[in-house]
Ligand binder design. Structure first.
Ligand code: ADP
Ligand code: ASP
Ligand code: MG
Length: 462
């Protein structure tokens, strides 16, 4: 009784003073980090040596794509195709389990957990398969990876407590995270399990405002980590992946890239938004708003420094380059734009009506060029824009984004960037929207060359 009163008193204190868990970290591991039995063992070792933290896991690499493929068969009303793909996936998991568990009891439990998920998917045989069904199926990837990790840790005598993401991760009616709900539910789950050695939860999956299973978009486990970090006021949010931090250019297209040691939140946000796949674009904001440092680390090389993202001081340097694909540029020319106040408002309203956001924008006296990364409503947008001016469209473009501390009083950055690309046709240039980026629009066919030229000029021999 007295214990209950004391407990209630502390709950009350926490609510009033917003005291949370500042000594805890959130550690998120992506698909490749848990992609095989050996990787799961490595991650288990890593997380058990680092204290009582919350560990967020993605699905094992390849699983979410396979679940998308299975859903595709079900959309096309081909349950046989779906079942064949489920069976192949189940075999892969059985092999992982064989290599992961030495104890028969845990092996049995792991096999049962995987079969329950696979049976759930195999049972789909509806004539009409909906987006809600697909979300139920996609959530299974993270449920399986976390089940395997928890059972493996239990086998190793680590008291790993599962915090089911579906019990606390929720979005509101605008599909935005419901921060208050997440915080309250998560804190009460943590308080219910004080004896844990560490906690495990699923990235990516959530429930929506109507209680249906949903997700935070592909790659969204980073977002889960950041939302949890904000909810518990974590000491740090660690994103563990297959590379030693944010590199100064996209390593998939440029050789010899190197990790950037420190980034300001704003720089990281620009890079993530403009194509640096290592970080999901949504991940930065909750960390920035709560001033929680984000560290990007390499599971395959845990001792590497990685990248620290925080309120970093200005360095007056260019830090990194990224590229965002599938961009369409639209130019609207109006002979009377100079005198026609309200012209830009009308243009923007059209994009708003068609729920399409604009990435880049440049204006001149006679017209405006904007870019979009979502062509779904392009025909309707063009129809409406033609009422206000002459419209031209360039498809298959790429935004190249140069990021750093680019405050306008600094000299020479623009010249360096433009000079690097002097051989490449540039459709748009945008600078001054923030202190952190210069964006250039080029053809898709020039992307790799542009990235390499920028690396040569900006980072080699410096
Ligand atoms: P995870 O599955 O762990 O979430 P991702 O595949 O989403 O990992 O992100 C890591 C990958 O991001 C790297 O393997 C790398 O190819 C890619 N990447 C793209 N741009 C960058 C960059 N600037 N720095 C580091 N990695 C990058
Ligand atoms: N498993 C999900 C995906 O592949 C989420 C993630 O990995 O972040 O998109
Ligand atoms: Mg990722």
């Amino acid at each position: 009784m007295i214990a209950d009163v004391i407990e209630l008193f502390f709950v009350f204190l926490r609510q009033i003073f917003n005291i949370r868990f500042p000594s805890m970290k959130v550690m998120k591991f992506g698909g490749t980090s848990v992609g095989s039995a050996q990787r799961i063992k490595d991650v288990a070792k890593l997380i058990t040596s680092r204290g009582k933290n919350i560990v967020v896991l993605s699905a094992m690499s390849g699983t979410t794509n396979t679940l998308v493929e299975i859903s595709d068969y079900l959309y096309k009303n081909n349950p046989a195709g779906a079942k064949e793909t489920v069976n192949a996936l189940e075999n892969k998991y059985k092999e992982t389990i064989d290599n992961l568990f030495s104890d028969e009891q845990y092996k049995r439990q792991a096999l049962d957990a995987i079969s329950a998920n696979m049976d759930f998917i195999r049972a789909y045989n509806k004539p009409v398969f909906t987006v809600f069904d697909e979300k139920e199926i996609l959530a299974r990837g993270e449920m399986m990876s976390t089940a395997l990790m928890q059972l493996y840790l239990l086998q190793q005598n680590v008291n790993a407590v599962m915090l089911p993401a579906l019990d606390f991760m929720r979005t509101d009616k605008n599909s935005e995270p419901d921060s208050e709900y997440i915080r309250t539910k998560l804190l009460s789950l943590l308080e219910d399990n004080p004896d844990a050695d560490l906690y495990i939860t699923q990235g990516f999956v959530c429930k929506n405002a109507y209680g249906e299973i949903d997700n935070l978009q592909r790659g969204g486990s980073d977002y889960t980590a950041s939302l949890i970090g904000a909810a518990i006021n974590a000491e740090e949010i660690e994103i563990w992946t297959d590379i030693d931090g944010m590199h100064n250019n996209d390593p998939r297209f440029v050789e010899g890239t190197t990790p950037v040691e420190q980034l300001h939140f704003e720089e990281a946000a620009e890079l993530a938004y403009f194509g640096a796949k290592i970080l999901h674009p949504t991940c930065v904001l909750p960390a920035k708003l709560n001033n929680i440092p984000v560290r990007l680390l390499n599971t395959m090389c845990p001792e590497a420094k990685g990248t620290l993202i925080y309120n970093a001081p200005a360095t007056h340097t260019i830090k990194a380059v990224a590229a965002k694909d599938n961009i369409t540029a639209i130019k609207i020319k109006s002979g009377r734009m100079l005198l026609a106040y309200g012209f830009l408002r009308k243009v923007f309203e059209i994009f708003e009506t068609h729920r399409t956001s604009i990435d880049m924008i440049v204006t001149s006296e006679v017209g405006v060029s904007v870019t979009i990364d979502n062509e779904r409503n392009l025909p309707a947008i063009l129809d409406d824009l033609k009422k206000f001016g002459t419209v031209t469209v360039d498809k298959d473009m790429v935004i190249i984004c140069v990021v750093g501390d680019l405050e306008w009083q600094n000299r020479g950055f623009e010249a360096e960037v433009v000079n690097a690309l002097k051989e490449i046709p540039v459709r748009m240039i945008s600078y001054g929207g923030s202190n952190y980026n210069i964006s250039l629009l080029v053809r898709k066919s020039d992307k790799v060359r542009a990235l390499n030229l920028l690396s040569d000029r900006l980072f080699k021999n410096k």
